[in-house]
Design a protein around this ligand. Structure first.
Ligand code: NDP
Ligand code: MG
Ligand code: MG
Length: 340
């Protein structure tokens, strides 16, 4: 069984007696910096001099310095710039790390795939909140918690885990529960999940379903509703009560049809492809491809990004979502109906 750590398992003193440099003030960075600060930790935000977030961080009551200056005075350096720029930012701060300091991450990619090779005399840990930063921040303010993963890659002080737990406590994560994993497991499952199931898998399933209906002569609107809009209702049911809660809530017809036809859509061929995708994550093929893609200025990424944005379902969706928002106001503003 998995051990889950809560507030009582963490001693805040392991972080409140330290200075934490939070590099980056984006999604994760702004939430870590403010939550740590309000939990009594000495925080300095590290940003490049022309950073658009510099003023915001100061307005939020935080000290700001360049990444190397911030790292120089810190005991713990939390690396919260985008994964693709972390190796370059690390190079700029590497010389400021002293023996016994900690390099702290929210995702394992650069450590696991050796894009960052930390000095041997620093601790390397991870606290990965399982939500976007603005929710981590909101939960903290509202006195609720955000689940997180904890991992220790390198422990030179013997206190890496205690310090990581204290960091998680200061973020508000031990209010909800913190689960221990490894950099390898976090990185590989995260990449596989977003590629095969969450982002890649679901977007492809939706588009293929939509295209199948439209190609067969059904209306774009019906195809959009059936294949995209209703997805949320189905996922909400699964989120709340598992797959069983979903089957329980839909009609017996939907359940019988789904149970007999679903495995024909996502079949053993899809399973083989999933295994192949997982292997590319495990053997570093995907990481290498993404690193090279970035070095080349993202030619393939830009092309795919553009094509996806221009898919017909996006245009149909934008139109229908507008119509819905409009329909909500319809009772008060009946005059505008003619514009539809
Ligand atoms: P963001 O893209 O939100 O980070 C943007 C911040 O990084 C800005 O403050 C930006 O400042 C700064 N930045 C960008 N480029 C540079 C640079 N070259 N030098 C210095 N600063 C730079 O990152 P996220 O918060 O999304 O991700 C941070 C980490 O958290 C990643 O490891 C990610 O995998 C992980 N994570 C993210 C989650 C999320 O929901 N977003 C969830 C869990 C983990 P500037 O104004 O200078 O551009
Ligand atoms: Mg993820
Ligand atoms: Mg239906």
């Amino acid at each position: 069984t998995t051990e889950v750590y809560y507030d009582d398992d963490a001693d805040a003193a392991h972080i409140t007696d330290k200075t934490v440099a939070v590099l980056g003030y984006g999604s994760q960075g702004h939430a870590h910096a403010q939550n740590l600060h309000e939990s009594g930790v000495d925080v300095v935000v590290g940003l490049r001099e022309d950073s658009s977030s510099w003023e915001q961080a100061e307005d939020d009551g935080l000290r700001v310095a360049t990444p190397d200056d911030a790292a120089a005075e810190a005991d713990v350096v939390s690396v919260l710039v985008p994964d693709t720029v972390q190796p370059a930012v690390f190079e700029a701060i590497e010389d400021e790390l002293e023996a016994g300091n900690t390099l702290q991450f929210a995702h394992g990619f650069n450590i696991h795939y050796n894009q960052i090779e930390p000095p041997e005399d620093v601790d390397v840990t991870m606290i990965a909140p399982k939500t976007p930063g603005h929710i981590l921040r909101r939960n903290y303010v509202e006195n609720s918690g955000t689940p997180a993963l904890l991992a220790v890659y390198q422990d030179t002080t013997g206190e890496a885990k205690d310090e990581a737990l204290a960091y998680a406590k200061a973020l508000g994560c031990t209010r909800a529960g913190v689960v221990e994993t490894s950099f390898r497991e976090e990185t590989e499952t995260d990449l596989f999940g977003e590629q095969a199931v969450l982002c890649g898998g679901i977007a492809e399933l939706i588009k293929q379903g939509y295209e199948t209906l439209v190609d067969a002569g059904y209306s774009e609107e019906m195809a959009y509703f059936e294949c995209l809009n209703e997805m949320k209702l189905i996922v909400d049911l699964m989120y709340e009560g598992g797959i069983g809660a979903m089957w329980h809530s839909v009609s017996d017809t939907a359940e019988y049809g789904g149970l007999t036809r679903g495995p024909r859509i996502v079949d053993e061929h899809a399973r083989e492809n999933m295994e192949e995708v997982l292997e590319e994550v495990q053997n570093g093929t995907f990481a290498r491809q993404w690193i090279v893609e970035n070095q080349a200025g993202r030619p393939q990424y830009n092309q795919l990004h553009e094509a996806e944005r221009n898919h017909e379902i996006e245009e149909v969706g934008a139109r229908l979502r507008n119509l819905f928002a409009w329909a909500d106001e319809e009772e008060e503003e009946t005059d505008e109906k003619a514009e539809v």
